[in-house]
Design a binder for this molecule. Structure first.
Ligand SMILES: C[S@@+](CC[C@H](N)C(=O)[O-])C[C@H]1O[C@@H](n2cnc3c(N)ncnc32)[C@H](O)[C@@H]1O
Length: 326
């Protein structure tokens, strides 16, 4: 099954439960000049990387805001980006940016990997595992997996329960989770983290790569002095200073609305996935630490990565949490 479907092919039966929440995110943006200005500024800065014509983004944003049904809006925009009138080579450039992202993630994570078994939780597919240099046993786990890349040496495991990894106690040496946990409701997320500790057993390692809200969106250097993600991506650094100024001027509720919008845009519109849950739960780095500690996962190292410049959706800076299972 391929969850990263072309939204044009998705019938009305697949309307996602989070759609109503996304409807209200779009409605709040429609009602606020400040949010519209920020959305346009951030989209323009981020997506020039994939060579969308500059005049297209304002049109697409207006289209999204005119349509009260967010799933219909996402489908219509995705059609413009993937259909016969799509900007030349956009999809190929987008996919190249995604593969650059996985290469960058792999370079970041490889030094933390040992031998044994490495599980990518919420993997989506096998792209990240296939980019790793390690010769460990590789397993991709997700509630909805896409087809493996041809020649992949990773095993695929479908997770039936959102809070239960289908692996035995103490059976993985490392679990990786990149951009997964902020897509999961708090109670399920906490149980899934506890289950992660179960599968790791004492001394196992969790490598959590997550967004950290509400750190400024335009960070050019990591909070811990680390480099911004753009360097990992080999891409042109994204200049989000204008968006950052607009973001800082917003109150907390509007900031959250903006981040929710970027999550919707990145996953529903650009990736074309209706399968990824969007509960819009963004946590600060302190809140992540708190949740990890509650699951007996001790943070031993962190690396702040700043913003992702290509392929992904832009939001708050990302942080790598290296955790040891007690
Ligand atoms: C934004 S994607 C990230 C995919 C990939 N890790 C990456 O970095 O591109 C979030 C993924 O989490 C998966 N997911 C959502 N809830 C999950 C859960 N409870 N357990 C495992 N995976 C889950 C989704 O199916 C989706 O593939």
């Amino acid at each position: 099954m391929n969850p990263v479907v072309n939204p044009v092919d998705v019938g009305p039966t697949r309307v996602h439960p989070a759609a109503r929440e996304s409807d209200s995110v779009l409605a709040r943006i429609r009602a606020s000049d400040a949010l519209q200005e920020l959305a346009l500024s951030a989209l323009t800065s981020c997506w020039t990387d994939t060579h969308l014509p500059a005049d297209l983004l304002p049109q697409l944003l207006q289209e999204a805001l005119l349509e009260p049904d967010s799933e219909a809006a996402a489908t219509a925009i995705a059609e413009r980006l993937s259909g016969p009138a799509a900007p030349a080579q956009f999809r190929a450039r987008y996919e190249r940016a995604r593969s650059r992202k996985f290469g960058a993630f792999a370079r970041l994570l490889d030094p933390w990997l040992g031998r044994g078994t490495v599980v990518d939780l919420g993997a989506g597919g096998t792209d990240l595992l296939d980019a790793l240099a390690t010769d460990a046993t590789l397993i991709a786990v997700d509630i909805e997996l896409s087809d493996p890349r041809p020649g992949s040496r990773a095993a695929l495991l479908t997770q039936i329960r959102p809070d239960r990894i289908p692996l035995a106690d103490d059976s993985a040496d490392t679990i990786i989770a990149t951009g997964v946990l902020h897509h999961i409701d708090a109670d399920v997320r906490r149980r899934l983290l506890a289950d992660t500790a179960r599968v790791l057993g004492p001394g196992g390692r969790l490598l959590l790569l997550e967004e950290t809200f509400p750190d400024p969106i335009g960070a050019t250097a990591g909070l811990d002095g680390g480099p911004p993600m753009a360097e990992y991506l080999d891409g042109d650094p994204v200049d989000l200073s204008a968006a950052d100024t607009l973001f800082r001027a917003l109150d907390l509720a509007d900031r959250m609305t903006f981040l929710s919008f970027t999550d919707w845009w990145g996953n529903r519109v650009m990736k074309g996935s209706l399968a990824i849950p969007l509960p819009y739960s963004f946590l600060t780095s302190e809140q992540w630490r708190h949740e990890l500690a509650a699951a007996k996962l001790v943070v031993t190292d962190t690396q702040n990565l700043g913003l992702c410049s290509g392929g992904g959706h832009m939001a708050s800076p990302r942080m790598l949490f290296v955790c040891s299972s007690e």
